[in-house]
Write a protein that binds this ligand. Structure first.
Ligand code: CUA
Length: 366
């Protein structure tokens, strides 16, 4: 058996051991009975005629009720383990993974990016949002007892809480082409302090939200999505996590999936009172880029700015947070482009601090 290195490993192992043990017990019992009956009820003479058997109600009840109780018990037990694996704790830190033939690419909200290696702290729940750039892959860490498919065009999530520092195998568990067996990596679990040091070790390029802002400017999104809503496309300030009304009258919540779809298939869902004029960005922006854009849009939503004085303090350098008060520096969205370091940097500083747990950008110590 692989190491037990996450909080759910022992739960999974116990269930597994029970299933194997129970199976062995019944296999043994059946073989034993076959042998006993073969001897005891063997034909003793060539003209022997057995006595007719009319069955036994008591026996039938026993062999129906016992398996029923056992299987219902297994169902309840495994369902509870399943829910433990599926339910992401609210205080989980966020990591993003993209599967690609044939590698795993990860990025942390702070901006650190890695390939075929994932660094995480011990003793802290980690939520991984997965997607794929091509075919179906599967994120599998045997020591954590988790396996989750990474699907093209969709976000899936899984979580774990590593219990001890070390390096653990990461596999792709879904046949994805010729190099599938080579699509391996490792999860490096570090002591929390070491992890913080590792995080700050590679600050180049800025946080995911800062990279997202850069992309937002580079791709020209900023020319239509003016922050005060006066542009040809809806303002994206305070959109994340909020309800959006579509031209069809339908309402939905602006979540990761919706934003991703709007970038890659802009005409799938048109916001009420706007024209379907946005071109697709499929092929121009990678899955990682889409995740960065989502992080940026999250960072300019009010759930991020509430609670702290951050917006006020960051206003001077940044056009967008300031623009939540209509009119203030709206036109400077593009204007700040040339001088992003100060502005972008301070946006990110404010982001983690004010972020509420579910939005996933929050990181302690930032
Ligand atoms: Cu990726 Cu198998």
């Amino acid at each position: 058996m692989p190491d037990q290195a996450s909080t759910i490993s022992s739960e999974v192992d116990l269930l597994y051991a029970f299933l194997v043990g129970m199976t062995l017990f019944f296999v043994g019992l059946i073989f034993l009975m076959v042998a006993i009956f073969a001897i005891r009820y063997r034909r003793r003479s060539s003209d022997e005629i057995p006595r007719p058997n009319f069955g036994s109600l008591r026996l039938e009840i026993v062999w129906s009720v016992i398996p029923l109780l056992i299987s219902v018990g297994i169902f309840i037990w495994s369902a509870s383990v399943f829910f433990d694996i599926q339910r992401v704790p609210a205080n989980a830190m966020q990591v993003y993974g993209v599967g690609k033939q044939w590698m795993w690419k990860f990025q942390h909200p702070e901006g650190n990016r890695e390939i075929n290696e994932l660094h995480v702290p011990a003793g802290r729940p980690v939520k991984i949002t997965l997607t794929s750039e091509d075919v179906i892959h599967s994120f599998f860490v045997p020591a954590f007892r988790i396996k989750q498919d990474a699907l093209p065009g969709r976000y899936t999530t899984t979580w774990f809480q590593a219990t001890k520092p070390g390096t653990y195998h990461l596999f792709c568990a879904e046949y994805c082409g010729t190099q599938h067996s080579g699509m391996r990596g490792s999860v490096v679990v570090m002591e929390p302090a070491q992890y913080e040091a590792w995080l700050s070790g590679d600050a180049s390029g800025g946080s995911m939200a800062a990279r997202g802002e850069k992309l937002f400017n580079q791709l020209g999104c900023v020319t239509c999505h003016l922050p005060d809503g006066s542009g040809r496309c809806p303002s994206l300030v305070n959109v994340y996590g909020k309800s959006v009304k579509l031209i069809t009258g339908e309402e939905l919540v602006a979540n990761d999936e919706y934003i991703r779809e709007s970038v890659l298939h802009p005409n799938a869902k048109i916001v009420d009172a706007y024209q379907p004029i946005m071109p697709t960005y499929q092929g121009q922006v990678s899955e990682e880029g889409v995740l960065q854009l989502i992080a940026y849009i999250k960072s300019i939503s009010s759930q991020v700015t509430e609670g702290t004085a951050a917006p006020g303090t960051t206003t001077p350098g940044t056009a967008l947070p300031g623009a939540t008060t209509p009119g203030a520096g709206t036109g400077t969205g593009t204007g700040t482009g040339p001088t992003p370091p100060g502005g972008a940097g301070s946006t990110n500083q404010s982001t983690p601090g004010g972020a509420s747990a579910p939005n996933g950008i929050n990181r302690s110590g930032q």
